[in-house]
Design a binder for this molecule. Structure first.
Ligand code: PEP
Ligand code: MN
Length: 337
């Protein structure tokens, strides 16, 4: 962190700032020119909030020089992380394909979809049992009953299961019963939930918040990692912009950015990003071309009657067609399926 003092900053102000920083374990390099003094602060600067120093007497500007996330940072962990999700490795050369319904609706629905997507090449099954809905009157999910159906679908299909958690009180239960715990966009900054997930070693699929910056998203990953769980997978699922034609705006440049900034694997969710089934195939291919480590896609046997997100759900044959195209694309970007 660099602190630039005002041209007429008093010597006492500079001295007391240096003592405060040193008292907090930092090393301070002082450079005094004719016009102003610049302080270079080194040490565990992540523990400092740069804005705290703006109000100190004599301070003109404060500039952070390194990212505030450490454990998620590629600088301190140059090799790509590969995360074991119930036997499926995410982040390596092989692409991960997570597919399944938005919500678990019945045992026949979820098992049928699991078998269909497995047959066309999915590596994991998704399905929401606890649903974060904008309206309290909308279907809220089958909750623990839905979780049981997911477990049965896993037993039938052999696919590891990915499902969303909403409450910190359920972390232990999810840890015992699921393979990957999803944190939805609306909970990306539920810090109590993130800290609780940090106590497990279960892979966490951390979706980007609706209007979260890349840094805020990585700081949420940092919460889980700093609490002890390094098994975090990021998921770009579209952000809110001025555009209303699509449900969200898929930020594919964020995939490149987070892969450069962080060693964590990144999946793309083209279903929630676009909200429209006909866009999912092309956006999936674009995501793979952009370097995503895999996709999470909504698939429903009867989208017209889905209890949630039917408009963005592929049918099993449409999913099979998409997988065939990914097969053709994968070698071009040095990936396998
Ligand atoms: C979901 O995956 O069904 C979901 C609710 O996603 P998001 O949190 O990205 O909106
Ligand atoms: Mn959904």
């Amino acid at each position: 962190m660099i602190i630039i003092m005002k041209p007429k900053a008093r010597e006492e102000s500079i001295g007391s700032l240096i003592s405060e920083l040193e008292g907090r374990g930092m090393q301070v390099q002082r450079n005094s020119g004719v016009d102003c003094t610049v302080l270079g602060v080194i040490g565990n600067v992540a523990s400092l909030d740069p804005t705290d120093f703006l109000m100190r007497e004599g301070v003109e500007r404060v500039m952070p020089v390194s990212e505030p996330f450490k454990k998620a940072n590629r600088k301190f962990h140059p090799e790509q992380s590969v995360i074991d999700c119930g036997g499926v490795r995410v982040g390596g050369r092989q692409l991960a394909l997570v597919a399944g319904p938005c919500s678990v609706e019945s045992i026949d629905q979820v098992t049928g979809i699991a078998l269909a997507v497995r047959a066309s090449g999915a590596s994991m099954l998704r399905g929401g049992a606890f649903k974060p809905r904008t309206s309290p009157y909308a279907f809220q999910g089958l909750k623990l009953e839905g979780l049981k159906m997911l477990e049965e679908a896993r037993a039938e299909s052999g696919l590891p299961i990915v499902t969303e958690i909403m409450s910190p009180a359920l972390v232990e239960e999810f840890d015992r019963r699921v393979d990957v715990i999803q944190v939805g966009a609306r909970n990306m900054q539920n810090f109590d939930l993130l800290r609780e997930l940090g106590k497990t070693r279960k892979p966490v699929l951390l979706k980007r918040g609706l209007s979260a910056t890349i840094e805020e998203w990585l700081m949420s990953a940092e919460y889980i990692m700093a609490a002890g769980n390094e098994n975090v997978i990021l998921c770009e699922r579209g952000i809110r912009t001025f555009e209303t034609y699509t449900r969200n705006t898929l930020d594919l440049s964020a995939v490149l950015a987070v892969k450069r900034l962080s060693h964590l694997p990144v999946l793309v969710d083209p279903s929630h990003a676009t909200g429209q089934a006909w866009m999912v195939e092309r956006m999936s291919l674009a995501a793979i071309a952009a370097g995503a480590d895999g996709l999470i896609i909504e698939v429903h046997n009867d989208p017209a009657r889905a209890l949630c997100d039917g408009a963005q759900s592929l049918t099993p044959p449409q999913f099979a067609q998409l997988v065939a195209k990914i097969h053709a694309l994968a070698p071009i970007v040095e990936r396998t399926l």
